[in-house]
Design a protein around this ligand. Structure first.
Ligand code: PMP
Length: 437
């Protein structure tokens, strides 16, 4: 694999990757001319593919007008228009939009808004936010405290404020039927038990991904889970926050993944696919009922310098337009079905694949040592690293995460852009087959 001789840049480790040269549609090329299929849309970011002409043109036009206007000095038209459009897409009542530059910022904004709301309505003792294990909600210290993934959290303990967690509803590991409401209720009721154990008057919010992303590997909740969660939150006055940083933006077949389950949140956060990699952008979208008391009570004490950046918002608007005019969510649903059925065929062929799951083009498969017990592969096999590296060498980028047995490694997200064609699905599957062989 190509590496740079010496670099002053660093990320997680010393591992270096090939140097990116250009990208078009679902393909990317390194400086040596090698082509890769972007089988994970970056990190589920580049939902509409690379170098989209509509977005590039919109950004060019905006750049010629202005690239930055500080929010305390100016309103900008792209921010105003994108907020209006986003509110139209959001569940009823979620009409207030607060822009940020990424997912962790969006999550932290939601928690701070919820907290100020509790204070404004005279419930200042509510400060705990319950989330799930495993989960990923960001790497800043606040979002990390809500992340249920020991390898990322442990080095920073004690957290500034440790937060309670409940298990994610991984029915496939517990041998339960995901299509049965009894299963959904079984897992959702763990939230009620936790709220009672913590003391309901101290619980501020429950933070959940409607369809799981990296942490659970495209986990679709069991039947009835999200509705029951909504009922429990209502019963105890706990705010429900959907983290749609990864699942939002259309790739599950609906713009927001939560739309599949008939239960709306009080606050919703989105990023990644929102401006689809054309600009750093995220949003927190909140119910009027939550924002109004905060604004009445002296204002939301929060904000990032780049909030509502006109260039990022112009990109976001063009991305939404592209998704709507080209009906890309619909394509994600149809092409996602095809890709999922192909992954299931691979599972029938390779017993090492223990589970295939997901919705639309948010799909994953999980490797196991034994399908009967779903025991994870032993870490020393390094199957995780080998599969990712081999796929890479074969020209396919897939996104992997290890959530069982620490870093021992298990699931792989296959999430190409929403513009993927059926022929390109076959191309992806051919490389995966070669890699698994
Ligand atoms: N929430 C979820 C569900 C995510 O997948 C991520 C990023 N993987 C984040 C929050 C954090 O987003 P960012 O990396 O943009 O801060």
């Amino acid at each position: 694999m190509t590496t740079q001789a010496k670099s002053h840049l660093f990320y997680q480790s010393r591992n270096r990757r090939p140097v990116l040269d250009r990208a078009r549609g679902i393909y990317m090329w390194d400086v040596e001319g090698r082509r890769y299929i972007d089988g994970s849309s970056g990190a589920m970011v580049c939902n509409i593919g690379h170098s989209n002409p509509r977005v590039l043109e919109a950004m060019r036009r905006q750049m010629e007008k202005s690239t930055f206007g500080y929010r305390l000095h100016f309103e900008t038209e792209p921010a105003e228009r994108l907020a209006a459009r986003t509110a139209m897409l959001a569940p009823e009542g979620l009409e207030k939009v607060f822009f940020v530059s990424g997912g962790s910022e969006a999550v932290e904004s939601a928690i701070k808004l919820a907290r100020q709301y509790a204070v404004a309505i005279g419930q200042a003792q509510r400060s705990k936010v319950i989330s799930r294990e495993p989960s990923y909600h960001g790497c800043t210290l606040g979002a990390l405290a809500l992340t249920g993934y020991a390898p990322l959290v442990a080095p920073f303990e004690p957290m500034m404020r440790p937060m309670p967690k409940i298990p994610a509803p991984r029915a496939y590991l517990d041998g339960l039927d995901p299509d049965s409401e009894a299963t959904g209720h079984h897992y959702a009721d763990m939230l009620e038990a936790r709220i009672l154990a913590e003391g309901p008057e101290t619980v501020l919010a429950f933070l959940v991904e409607p369809v799981g992303g990296a942490s659970t590997g495209a986990l679709v909740p069991p039947a009835g889970y999200m509705r029951r969660i909504r009922e429990i939150c209502d019963r105890y006055g706990v705010l429900l926050i959907h983290d749609e940083v990864m699942s939002g933006g259309g790739r599950t077949g609906r713009f927001f993944a939560g739309e599949h389950f008939g239960a709306d949140p009080d606050i919703l956060v989105v990023s990644k696919g929102f401006a689809a990699g054309y600009a750093p952008l995220g949003a927190m979208i909140a119910h009027d009922r939550i924002v109004e008391p905060v604004l009445d009570g002296g204002g939301f004490l929060h904000g990032f310098t780049y909030a509502g950046n006109p260039l990022a918002c112009a990109a976001g608007l063009a991305v939404l337009e592209e998704i709507e005019t080209e009906q890309l969510s619909g394509n994600a649903a149809v092409v996602g079905e095809l890709l999922k059925s192909r992954l299931e065929e691979l599972a029938a062929r390779y017993p090492i694949i223990g589970d295939v799951r997901g919705k639309g083009l948010l799909l994953a498969f999980e490797l196991v040592a034994d399908r009967g017990t779903m025991a994870p592969l032993p870490p020393e096999l390094k199957a995780y690293d080998r599969l990712v590296e081999l796929a890479y060498e074969n020209g396919l980028i897939i996104y992997s995460r290890r959530t069982r047995g620490g870093y021992s490694g298990d699931h792989f997200l296959v999430c190409p852009p929403m513009i993927t064609t059926p022929a390109q699905v076959e191309e992806i599957v051919a490389v995966l087959t070669l890699t698994l062989d």
